[in-house]
Write a protein that binds this ligand. Structure first.
Ligand SMILES: [Zn+2]
Ligand SMILES: [Zn+2]
Length: 184
């Protein structure tokens, strides 16, 4: 390989880059997340978090819980049933359903470790592997021990559940080399 050959991402890096690209579309006042569902090395759907189709965006006040996240109304880990935002992983799986793509045996690449809800839904959708970039822990609460145990039970059902990495310098290089136009 010559010194100026472009950096070619591995397949895993490629899918993680696509999840990061999906994340740029996220519209949620909370953490922004992007996800892709991959089957037989082909992307079958993408998702990012935000309010359901046709509803006002989270950034426009569409989500009551997100709009009040800085207040004391909803302490961390509380009031999730009031959150109207659909998670990136849910959106990716639901987009596959909308357009008739089977998720059976598929792999999920997501920018953040899935929450409890997304984990159980991924299992139920037949996903067998999950790779996530950034760690996430549920907020501590009185049911923390039970939650952790149930989370662990769910994740043990996946063939792969692993934190993935793209080194910052490598990510920067992959993106820096990608420019529109034909200049060398
Ligand atoms: Zn939101
Ligand atoms: Zn989630």
């Amino acid at each position: 390989m010559s010194a100026d050959a472009p950096t070619r991402p591995s397949k895993q890096e490629y899918f993680l880059l696509l999840a990061l690209a999906a994340r740029t579309r996220a519209d949620c006042l909370g953490r922004r997340v992007g996800a892709v569902v991959v089957r037989d090395d082909r992307v079958i759907s993408t998702g990012y978090n935000g309010t359901p189709i046709g509803m006002p965006n989270c950034s426009e006040g569409g989500c009551h819980r997100c709009a009040n996240r800085e207040t004391d109304a909803y302490p961390a880990g509380r009031g999730y049933d009031l959150c109207i935002c659909v998670h990136a992983e849910q959106n990716a799986v639901l987009a596959a359903a909308r357009f008739g793509q089977s998720t059976l045996g598929a792999t999920l690449y997501t920018t953040t470790r899935p929450c409890f809800g997304c984990l159980k839904e991924s299992l139920q959708a037949g996903l067998t592997a999950i790779h996530y970039l950034e760690d996430w822990q549920p907020s501590p609460g009185e049911d923390e021990v039970a939650l952790a145990a149930q989370y662990a039970a769910l994740r043990s059902r996946f063939q792969t559940f692993a934190q993935a990495t793209i080194a910052d310098h490598r990510l920067a290089r992959l993106l820096a080399e990608e420019r529109l136009g034909s200049e060398p």
